[in-house]
Design a protein around this ligand. Structure first.
Ligand code: FCB
Length: 473
């Protein structure tokens, strides 16, 4: 049964989760840390991208962001007040290896060391993501994820981080949303490195998966922690029931989902590649014998980021406008449903699609490990009211709806172990700069003042309610 909620229905009827289910909040290094040139950090592809005129709204960058690098204690105190079991953060590769290779920079590792200790002292389980999009620029200059060598470098970097933190971090995520790195970064060009390439984007997708598998093997030798990968499997719905729209949806399934899910959890590449990619993957020289074994290295969990469904329609080209057309042309258009509320991102709010996605994944990939929701949340046009507070009723309704949808998936037998809200703080939302606020804590970028929103208190109460009933993680 899918629950509906009206704005204002805030604390009533919290969804119920099983004993041991955990709650957390998530962030990513480039979006919050700032301190872009401190303690030996090298430049990343996002520094480069932000410096290019016209790439990021307002010409902004992560140079300062939420200044979390200096304010992490205050931010851990906010997590503590929230009562979360776990905090998902990412490690900036260019802090650990400024040029993406060679001996680690101790001052970079020291920062994460301090953060992890602060979390543990607060009774919060650290969950470290190793790659949330900030590739060292020096590796991009050598070919970036287009070349196999970057996958090997990534495994080395994982080893350095695990050697330092592996004794205290019990949950590891290799990559965040490889779809975005491969296709938003290299085919749509709206994320760093901002290129519009064809076959190279497919090579990037493959090398990301290879890097994930190699890093997983290194992590296994270095830490006893749980290891997973975070994907953003999309719920794709055909615009109509026509055979053409259904076929377009099949191609979009491969682009968004199967290109990652099939090798990771079914041991093969998608079987509709020729139809999806046209000639692009006719000779995938980037695939080597044995790669599928590495990519399929067993995992303890699969991370799922979920925000909204996408409507797919057949089209002669992905986008008729050559200025915005993706370089990987699957002959489909993507649109948003317009019969529901949209968030400040323009994304449609349809919580039941979250339930459907999760049940469908379990059905299609029986070998998938247990799931962890590693991101879910909404950007809203928050304002500070006359009483000095942010009454983010729409965000509360979004979270309420999606947590009920998640509880519905559990009730249908989907094995989900935990949920991280995106995000703890308002932060640098990639190409949207500081214009989109996803936080349950408001950040005033002039003063760096943190102000918990109504959604923070709502989530805190939900966690307390869960813990009161079950005892928590
Ligand atoms: C996801 C990203 C995360 C954030 C949210 C809104 O795609 O992983 O960093 O930008 O979207």
């Amino acid at each position: 049964m899918n629950s509906t909620v009206t704005p204002g229905d805030t604390t009533a009827s919290f969804p119920r989760f099983p004993e041991g289910f955990f709650f957390g909040a998530a962030t990513a290094a480039y979006q919050i840390e700032g301190a872009a040139r401190e303690d030996g950090r090298g430049p990343s592809i996002w520094d480069t991208y932000c410096a290019e005129p016209g790439r990021v709204a307002g010409g902004s960058s992560g140079d300062v962001a939420c200044d979390h690098y200096h304010r992490y204690r205050e931010d851990v105190a906010l997590l503590s007040g929230l009562g979360v079991d776990s905090y998902r953060f990412s490690v900036a590769w260019p802090r650990v290896q400024p040029t993406g290779a060679g001996a680690p920079e101790p001052r970079g590792l020291d920062f994460y060391d301090r953060l992890v200790d602060e979390l543990l002292a607060a009774g919060i389980t650290p969950a470290a993501t190793l790659y949330h999009w900030d590739l060292p620029q020096a590796l991009e200059d050598r070919g970036g994820w287009r070349v196999r060598e970057t996958a090997e470098r990534f495994a080395e970097y994982a080893g350095h981080v695990a050697a330092r933190l592996g004794d205290r971090v019990p949950r590891w995520i290799t990559l965040n949303e490889p779809f975005c790195t491969a296709f938003v970064g290299h085919a749509i060009g709206r994320h760093a490195p901002g290129t519009r390439e064809g076959a190279a984007a497919l090579a990037v997708a493959h090398h990301l998966l290879l890097g994930h598998g190699l890093a997983t093997r290194v992590l296994r030798e270095t830490t006893d922690g749980e290891i997973g990968i975070t994907l953003n499997p999309d719920r794709l719905l055909p615009a109509t029931g026509s055979p053409a729209d259904r076929a377009a949806t099949d191609r979009a399934e491969t682009l968004h989902n199967r290109v990652f899910l099939d090798p990771l959890f079914a041991g093969h590449y998608p079987d509709n590649e020729a139809d999806t990619w046209g000639g692009l993957a006719a000779d995938p020289a980037w695939r080597h014998d044995g790669d599928l074994d590495v990519i399929g290295t067993p995992l303890d969990f699969a991370g799922v980021n979920y925000y909204r469904p996408i409507t797919i329609a057949d089209a002669p080209h992905t986008d008729p406008d050559p200025a915005t057309r993706t370089a990987v042309d699957i002959r489909a258009t993507e649109t948003w449903r317009d019969d529901v509320r949209h968030t400040a991102m323009g994304w449609p709010v349809v919580p039941s699609t979250f339930t459907d996605l999760l049940t469908d994944l379990t059905r299609r990939y029986p070998a998938m490990p247990p799931l962890v929701i590693t991101e879910n949340g909404s950007a809203e046009d928050d304002t500070v009211a006359a009483d000095g507070q942010v009454h983010d009723t729409d965000r509360v309704a979004y979270l309420h709806g999606h947590l009920h949808a998640l509880a519905d998936a559990l009730a249908q037998g989907v094995d989900v172990r935990g949920y991280y809200v995106w995000s703890l703080l308002d932060n640098f939302e990639w190409a949207f700069g500081y214009d989109k606020r996803f936080g349950i804590v408001r950040v005033d970028y002039d003063t760096q003042e943190r102000l918990p929103k109504d959604s923070y208190r709502w989530f805190r109460d939900l966690i307390a309610d869960h813990r009161g009933r079950t005892g928590g993680e």
